[in-house]
Design a protein around this ligand. Structure first.
Ligand code: PPS
Length: 288
């Protein structure tokens, strides 16, 4: 399969050579955003697919036609992926663009543009667990090793896509320099309806209550995990092996408690406190 063993290094971070090339990354960095563009920005495993689905449905006023017939990577393509250029369409609605790239790569272009940025963050203990399982199923990522080994790399920022801390803090520092909306995976879990309404406000896209009902219904985990257009079951098994782990795995807050020992959790908390001491973001670790 295409470049499955290749590692691409860009802006100091490692990225899978599958779907990333030096050219595609340069294209992303040089991209001219337009007024009306919506850019979903995430560190991996933070709720990217969920936000792609929510925004698709907000723009279709709750009509599920596009969400159930067009794959998420076509309707909200990743800016840095090789297929981006030919996939992004100037259609009737706004262009929804997705990215995992760090702020230092994209902030200069976004600051100059009138694009809207939606940043979604997730508590990093759950991100680490979700990313660990993703390494087992995504054949374009390196072997995860054991969970303690993976956790160690994650805390040191030595995983693909770089440090979670740098990503979250870097984008947070840009919040006043662009049209920026910050939300967390945990906000979506706690009150999906309220989150959808807030997003509608930010996007300037008012919806009737019945339309919000449809978005909410379609974006629940049991529905999305059955939607072939977002659950990645269309991807061949030698790229994503769902027998190792499903892409739509658990979809909960606090699964880290099933994976971390007390010592691992305490060590994580220490690193978190140190690295986040210069940042005022707060994370929800459990909904209990
Ligand atoms: S990726 O690879 O970066 O695009 O992954 P991403 O979409 O950011 O994150 C995948 C995790 O999000 C969960 N997910 C959801 N949780 C709750 N409700 C809904 N609707 C939903 N959709 C996706 C998905 O299950 C992954 O989390 P884990 O913890 O592994 O289950």
């Amino acid at each position: 399969m295409d470049r499955m063993e290749v590692t691409e290094v860009f802006a100091g971070i490692q990225l899978p050579g599958h779907l990333h090339t030096a050219q595609s990354l340069q294209y992303a960095q040089d991209f001219q955003f337009q007024e009306g563009d919506i850019v979903i920005v995430t560190y991996p495993k933070s709720g990217t697919t969920w936000m792609q689905e929510i925004l698709t449905l907000i723009y279709s006023q709750g009509d599920t036609e596009i969400a159930t017939t067009v794959p998420n990577w076509v309707r909200a393509p990743w800016l840095e992926h090789t297929y981006f250029k030919e996939t992004l369409k100037d259609g009737e609605g706004p262009r929804i663009i997705t990215t995992h790239l760090p702020s230092d790569v994209l902030a200069p272009a976004l600051q100059k543009s009138k694009a809207k940025v939606v940043y979604i963050a997730r508590n990093p203990k759950d991100v680490a667990v979700s990313f660990y399982y993703f390494h087992k199923m995504a054949k374009f990522l390196p072997e995860s090793g054991t969970f303690p080994e993976f956790l160690d790399l994650f805390l040191k920022g030595k995983v693909y896509y770089g440090s979670w801390f740098d990503h979250v803090k870097g984008w947070h520092r840009q919040r006043k320099n662009m049209d920026y909306f910050y939300i967390t995976y945990e906000d979506l879990q706690k009150d999906l309806r309220r989150s959808i309404k807030k997003l509608c406000g930010f996007l300037g896209c008012p919806m009737y209550s019945k339309e919000v009902d449809k978005v909410e219904q379609h974006c629940k985990f049991p529905v999305m995990s059955q939607n072939l257009m977002v659950n990645y079951s269309l991807i061949p098994r030698d790229i994503m092996d769902h027998e190792q782990s499903k892409f739509m795995r658990k979809g909960v807050v606090g699964d880290w408690k099933q994976h971390f020992t007390e010592e691992q959790s305490a060590a994580f908390d220490n690193v978190f406190q140190e690295k986040m001491s210069d940042c005022d973001l707060h994370f929800v670790w459990s909904l209990d």
